[in-house]
Unconditional design. Sequence first.
Length: 304
Amino acid sequence: MQLTSFLHSTALFVCAVSLLSTAAHAEDADGKLRIIVFGAHPDDAQYTSGGTAAKWAKLGHHVKLVSVTNGDIGHWQSAGGPLAQRRLAEVKKADAIVGAETQVMDIHDGELVPTLENRQKIIRAIREWRADIVIAHRPWDYHPDHRYVGVLVQDAAFMVTVPYICSDVPPLKKNPLFLYSSDGFQKPYPFKADIAVSVDDVFDQKLTAIHEMPSQHYEGGASGSEEHVAKVPPASDEAARKAWLRERWERRQGGEAKRSRDALIKYYGPEKGAVVKFAEAFEICEYGRQPTVEEITVLFPFFP
Ligand SMILES: [Zn+2]
């Protein structure tokens, strides 16, 4: 490359970077929080964090729900591009109800590995969102894609602040708060609810969002079957379907409230914390910012 063209392309690059950072600062200037939630498949982020996302969005904060794979083997009856497109359409509908933005990365379902290339994708996604809070699976989950999302996000923590990696996207000035979403796995250590959010007030909204992903519950996703579909009320009986879904999610989110009661009492006080019915809980990852209780109440501005 000749020196003049090198200087020209360098100037263009610097210009593009400064434009990007100006745009990012303009977004930051609204004073609202920016949250990015990673799940492995187009439904995970909605399942783990959809209620809390709705609460942030209601207050004008910016939430993005990301699926790191495209979900293209997540059904017992269909696969490939058409399934990926169907699932993208499902999460877009669900996220619109929650008030969040959608991103689905074009990586095959069941094939996610913690490569350098994928680490760089995660670093860029966190930086481009200018995230204050990052949520992901723990790396101790049953599904390899879930585990590797946990590993990739851990590997991106701290690196998001280092200027000369992925230098095409401006680094974050502050390491975000990195959180794990909840799971029931016990080894090597069980999930610890450091923060628990009551989703009682947005439970119906979360259900309405989840209802928009029929491939994964009414049809059973990768674990579905004709027998499963026969047990679920048909699409023609929407009220019965929603009741079926409600029963399952009351159990799931109710169990999460019981298991995270101590954290609910810590943040809502003994009276309110004791009667929360449905919760979403999060564990603080050691690799990100370590917030004080006061900082947590700023980042989760719905505690009383
Ligand atoms: Zn999943």
